[in-house]
Design a protein around this ligand. Sequence first.
Ligand code: RB5
Length: 146
Amino acid sequence: MKIAIGNDHGAYSYKNEIMDMLIKEGYEVINVGCDGPESVDYPDYAKKVADLVANKEVDFGIVMCGTGIGISIAANKVKGIRCALCTDVTMARLTREHNDANMLSMGQRTTGIETAKDIVHTFLTTPFSNGERHIARIKKIAELEK
Ligand code: RB5
């Protein structure tokens, strides 16, 4: 499975830990940056990951910033993106089952690293339910983009 991962300066150390974990587990990871503490703008990194997801060059995208809020708001502006900010594994499971989320967002300042790793595993391994009502709602989300 191919994953794109990106972050701002508020989450580069979480990105490194999560990226190392995923590589060890056999995932193919595209890191779009940033890779240090210098201040950058999270919408730039949201767009890099979201474009890879929207163009189907990767299976899923993972984005992180201080809270996960700004970078998820930005990612959701890209057509075809359903980016879910998750702070626990239940949110990660339900956003895959119900929303067929194709991007995960987390915050380094707001979520512990062990929880973040569990969230990533849950997100990447939970299939979409394919439930009729959920498909209909996702179609309505897509209508909002027109
Ligand atoms: C950057 O200072 C900070 O605003 C960002 O990492 C994030 O928390 C925004 O939502």
